[in-house]
Design a binder for this molecule. Structure first.
Ligand code: GUN
Length: 303
């Protein structure tokens, strides 16, 4: 039996259509166009693609996006000045500094400087604290998208064993928090594990819901998955693979794969997200929602 494919791309389109309607309504009521400022430092090729996707997604949903590009030689102080300026700009409702930053820039100092009211990534310690106390202001985009996927596909989380592999501040830790929270898409029994956990397969095999966010290509194999489990793949790994083309000749191609060995795991899991077309499109979608909610709060529409 092959697992049900959880189509993140299609779901993202549905949610984006809802957001687009809400943005139009918000503009009609307030005369304010929700605006996201994205800061891109340097020339990282993957970051350029991600940032372009964010700009296009804003445009399609009726939000304004402002891209501030800075050279890789930018100093921490120069970036601080820009962030402070965006924090103080009443026409900007969300501020996102694309990661990774060049090595010489003090990343924590920059992220801590983003106004918590405009922190659409939910990386600021104040926002992380609010999430951990179950009274979030913003939810981090990838975990938020995964929670939406579970809820909208009717996947029960209450009382289930959820295992998150990966302990990053961007995905692993906040994902654990959301699954642990009281209410819809939460109330799970959560285990957070990582590359240093002993006997990972024993832990992952306990999972009713398995979230792979470890950043290693095809790390989760079929023997690590409980039959019927829901498997969510957060990985985005570019790998070189040798294939045999239609003329019988070998060639090396570049391929995007997840943290889950899709081909083997889909034969064991009950449901699985593909890569691409799974979690990725939902991340950008929740960013749009965060920007809209930031604007709502800043005009006093929302607590
Ligand atoms: N780089 C990769 N993912 C992210 C993200 O979610 N937010 C930011 N700011 N940078 C990223």
């Amino acid at each position: 039996m092959s697992a049900k494919i959880l189509d993140g791309k299609a779901l993202a389109e549905t949610i984006r259509a809802e957001i687009k309607e809400d943005v139009a309504k918000f503009i009609a009521e307030t005369g304010v166009q929700p605006t996201l400022a994205v800061v891109l430092v340097g020339e990282d090729p993957a970051s350029q693609v991600y940032v372009r996707n964010k700009e296009l997604a804003c445009e399609k949903a009726g939000l304004r996006s402002v891209l501030r590009r800075l050279p890789a030689s930018t100093t921490t102080e120069e970036l601080e000045t820009l962030v402070a300026q965006l924090n103080g700009d009443p026409n900007v409702h969300g501020v996102l500094v694309q990661l990774p930053l060049p090595k010489h820039i003090d990343e924590k100092r920059i992220l801590d400087l983003i106004s918590p009211e405009k922190d659409v990534d939910a990386f600021h310690p104040e926002n992380v604290g609010l999430i951990s106390q179950g009274r979030p202001r913003f939810l981090p985009c990838t975990p938020y998208g995964i929670q939406q996927l579970l809820v909208r596909y009717g996947i029960e989380t209450t009382g289930k064993r959820a295992v998150v592999v990966g302990r990053s501040d961007i995905v692993g830790k906040p994902m654990g928090m959301l699954l642990l929270q009281k209410g819809l898409g939460g109330d799970a029994t959560v285990t957070l594990c990582h590359s240093r956990s002993v006997n990972l397969p024993e832990i992952t095999k306990e999972a009713d819901i398995l979230v792979a966010a470890i950043g290693k290509a095809e790390f989760i194999t079929a023997d690590m998955v409980k039959p019927g489990a829901v498997v969510i793949d957060v990985g985005m790994n570019r790998v070189q693979r040798t294939i045999v083309d239609e003329n019988g000749e070998e060639k090396v191609v570049s391929k995007l794969v997840g943290d889950v060995d899709f081909q083997s795991v889909k034969e064991v899991a009950g449901a699985i997200t593909p890569v691409p077309g799974g979690v990725g499109p939902l991340t950008v979608t929740m960013l749009l929602l965060n920007a809209l909610n930031g604007a709502r709060r800043q005009v006093g529409q929302k607590k």
